[in-house]
Structures are given as C-alpha cells and as structure tokens.
Ligand binder design. Structure first.
Ligand code: DX5
Ligand code: ZN
Length: 221
C-alpha cells in the first residue's frame, strides 16, 4: 500500500511570507511542495520559474514537485533540474515527443511525472506508464488556482488505478485542482495517493490546514 502524501501548491501562498508558510506546511507533515510553472502559452497565465525554485529549495527538506505547464518542456528540463527540482511533471498534450521528454528527466537523475488535462483520456498514458514515477490527473483546467473540482476526474482516477494494477505498475497517482478538506476523501478513495492543494492550504492558516489534511491522509492509508 502506498503512503499518502500532501503537496501544498505555493501558487496560492502569500509570497511576502513564502519561506515561513513553507516551513509551516513542512512542520505539519507535508512531504512535497508543489511548484506550478506556467508560460502564458500552454496555459493562459504566467507564474514563476527557475530563480524562485533555486532560492526556495534550499530552505526546506520537502520534495520539490515541479509541475511544468509549458510548451515543449524538454527545452527546460535541465534548467529545472539544476535549480533544485526532485520530481518533474510534464503534460502529455504539450510535448512533441513525450518519450524523449521523460527520458530527459531521467537522464538528469530526477523522478518523472506525466500529466493529462481534464479533457484528455487516460488511455493515452498507456505507452508511458512503465517509465514514469507518477501520473498527475488534473481535476481542473490547468492555469489557475481556486477553481472547482471537476467530478468526472474521480472516474479517471479509478480507471487509471485499475489500468496500473492490471499491469502491475506501482507509480504514484497525483491529483491537482479544487481539492479541499471536504472532498479529499473521495479523491483518495478513487485511488490517488498524492494530493495537491493550493487554496485549501494557503487560504488561511497554512500549518493548521496542513495538519487537518494530514489527519485525513493518514486515516486513509
Ligand atoms: C492549476 C495548478 C494547481 C493549483 C491548484 O493549474 O496546477 O496546482 O495551484 O490550486 P487549488 O488547490 O487552489 O485548486
Ligand atoms: Zn499544479
């Protein structure tokens, strides 16, 4: 049985207190820190990049979980690896050559994740399941925090978990977007084990919110 892990998304953090807020999540049991990179092309918004990662990864022992929402991410894998990423997730929809992009992440000595948008079928992942450490099922359209969870994502998570079990593949399943204390159990029950939460962690007391999430995550192991 896989451990359940919380990955707070700093997109929703107060950047004037980022270091402090990260520490609060780490102290209360969040093992990962989710770092959303947006380029204004693959998704409408622009967030942050290498210099920020380079600075923050030094002040925490959390796993730097880098979610690249950028066009042709293969161009930037080396730079994010050098900046402190531990796990790099690319989108199926935005790579000219998905296999080559995953290989590039591995060649940099990092864990690799592959992600699909809400409108992309789970079946497209089949050729890559053996070569990734994690699959990220987006439960909102990538691009912004604070959106509503798309309920049909639960079916996709189940389908993916069954597909992987049938092939004896043990990659992690991460889910990202619209997850709160009120619906996280459904996401875990569907088969996910890495939970991304932005607004639900940083909207309010980040330490306290992390503690509450961790209680549920531990109960469900
Ligand atoms: C959206 C990002 C998410 C976002 C989640 O494109 O990938 O990681 O920060 O935010 P919430 O938890 O607020 O939906
Ligand atoms: Zn994300």
């Amino acid at each position: 049985m896989k451990r359940n892990i919380l990955a707070p998304s700093i997109l929703a953090a107060d950047f004037t207190k980022l270091g402090e807020q990260m520490k609060e999540t780490e102290k209360n049991g969040a093992e990962y820190l989710h770092f959303d990179v947006m380029d204004g092309i693959f998704v409408p918004s622009i967030s942050f990049g290498m210099p920020v990662l380079k600075s923050i990864h030094k002040v925490t022992d959390q796993v730097m979980d880098v979610h690249l929402m950028i066009t042709e991410p293969v161009r930037y894998i080396q730079e994010f690896a050098d900046a402190g990423a531990d796990l790099i997730t690319i989108h199926y929809e935005t790579c000219e050559d998905v296999g080559k992009t995953i290989k590039k992440i591995k060649d940099c000595g990092k864990k690799a994740g592959i992600s699909i948008k809400p409108g992309t079928a789970v079946s497209v992942l089949e050729p890559y399941l053996n070569s990734v450490d994690m699959v990220l099922v987006m439960s909102v359209e990538p691009g912004f925090g604070g959106q509503k969870f798309i309920d049909t994502s639960l079916e996709k998570i189940k389908e993916l978990r069954e597909l992987m079990e049938g092939r004896d593949i043990h990659a992690d399943i991460q889910v990202d977007g619209g997850i709160y204390l009120s619906n996280v159990e459904q996401v875990l029950d569907a088969g996910a084990n890495i939970i991304v939460a932005g607004s639900a962690v940083f909207g309010g007391d980040a330490g306290e919110n992390t503690r509450k999430f961790m209680e549920i995550l531990k109960e469900h192991e």
